[in-house]
Write a protein that binds this ligand. Sequence first.
Ligand code: MIG
Length: 682
Amino acid sequence: MPTFTFPPLALAISVLSPKLIRLRYARNGKFAKRRAWAVTKDDSEFAPAKFDVNETSQEIIINTNASSVTSVNPSVAKSIATGEHFYGFGERTYSSLERSGRIYTHWASDTAAPHTPDVDRMYVAIPIYFSVRPNLAYAVYFNNTHRSQFDVGYTDPNQIRFSADGGEMDYYVFYGPTPREVNEGIAQLLGTHPMPPRWALGYHQSRWGYKSDSEIRKLAAEFRKREIPCDVIHFDIDYMDGYRVFTWHPTRFKSPKKLIADLRRDGFRAVTIIDPGVKADKRYFVYQEGLKKNYFIKKSNGRVFHGYVWPDDSVFADFTREEVRAWWGDLQKHLTDKGVSGIWNDMNEPAVFKKPFSEGGGDVGTIDLDAKQSETTHAEAHNVFGYNMARASHEGLRKLLPDERAFTLTRSGFAGMQKFSAGWSGDNHAWWEHLETSLPQLCNWGLSGVSFLGADIGGFNGDASPELFARWMQIGSLYPFARGHSHTDSIYQEPWRFGERVEKICRDYLRLRYRLLPYIYSLFYETSQHGTPIWRPMFYHYPNDEHTYHLHDQILLGEFILVAPITKANCDQRTVYLPQGEWFDYWTDEKFSGATHITARAPLEVMPLYVRAGAVIPSGPDLNYADEKPLSPLTLDVYAGEGEFTLYEDDGHTFGYERGEFALTRLEIKDSSAWDGEERDG
Ligand code: MIG
């Protein structure tokens, strides 16, 4: 690894692969010890790559057989090329797809205020940007967990600048030239989602406010009676005893084991919420154990840090420590022993209220920045608090349920969070704007390496109107993670609460999702192998069509299905851009030749969907839940043209696939001119 010195600085350039280069600058000439947080591999674990170096007094040029990096004297500003567009930046709120002209702060925050377009900090912090222009895509990951910023042409339209409150200027450059290859590089360095259980791809129903055993039983029965597909019920904070994590409320949830077993018989899985705040209650076993073992975060003066959260006076485990993660992971036994199949990790930015909950909580802050965590302070560990909590949860579940893939969901996270968890975009509102925002939000987050994502369908805060709910369920039914969720102060937002017409729309679209499970499950396999996003912005497959660079309100589900939801009230038509090639209307089979703009008719029952010529889309039967019956018969919808798709199949819930127990079937369509267009059985 060549190291260049410009006293008193040191610059190290590591060519990790022809398409992955790491650059580090150390101010004092000495590099800091690497912390094994986000990155999965040390530099030495990459196979040696060939490259040439050309060094002049002005610049250093490194050439590999794929990419070339020029590093002008150490600086933290890079010039923006003409026609360069910026995406990524993890979880963000506003509704444009392309993201230049702003400053992005990376600081995991419980954004209590509504997620308006000017909100900069969200729950998740991912210092990754993804650059696209014709014939070239690349990305940069800033490997620094301190509070940091990217200034993307805001201060100077010709420059992108990085800064951080501490640590080193340490970043990796992933070269494409296609977007897919960029994601492949991100996957190599930061990891991918492991295969989720198939049931986790079904519909999830949640609400803050399902308060008892009987309420949950009624809810489940309602889904089956109305034949609205559903796989998972989420248990929000009310199942706990006084918000003590890993406990059950003694009267409202008297026999959780029986409840969950009964639900299971009807095809439902249970997912329980867990918050990081541990109630400081001397008679509570989690508090006692953690204190005794010295597992809680301490302030700079050496005393345990206390803060207010739901259980009021609380303490927080130090998830940077392996033994603490193992302890926390094992505590989940109190839930899995009752039959719980997944954990929803909330409040893990972590959010800490300024005042006791009994006094209204006050503003939301976090742990003192000088509090100790491992050999560093919270200032450096803050952004990976949620990440490490999700890791504890995921690794613990793997130990507790060695033969069952579990599901984990996290509100906070950092680059690489996909190794441990799915994510959702937190407390959105029942606003049309938030329905619309969810498209560019999930696409950009996907480009940042995280695919298993959704937004609360119907909106969390406030009350959805019937029309908003119907439109949201249409697009939400195709979110990689599809969950309806709402605030305890809002109206009940289950699919049948808005009248028969909306109920039917929900049923129809959720059924569509379930029929598409073989296709969606295969997309999850692809992301588990290569990091390819499940939801893709249009440019992903048309990177030389500059017209796609700003298209925020239509997406691709995999390569073949173009989804163009209605995102506005009182609207029964919209413009859809169909890129070059032939396209078919999913509902009517009408054929279009791109590139073209069309006006799609979309009465309330219709969400416009298009399929690219050359698509092979595997689908299964109608289901009430994912594992109700074998996904058979398998139907292949073939759209004349040239293309291929790899169908992935396995048992849907064990780790057999890690031992090769799966089938990959390559479906290829070639000579379409010889095909007569007749439908065939089988
Ligand atoms: O302070 O557990 O984002 O989904 O319903 C609120 C109650 C805490 C925030 C989560 C939301 C959840 C709620 N939680």
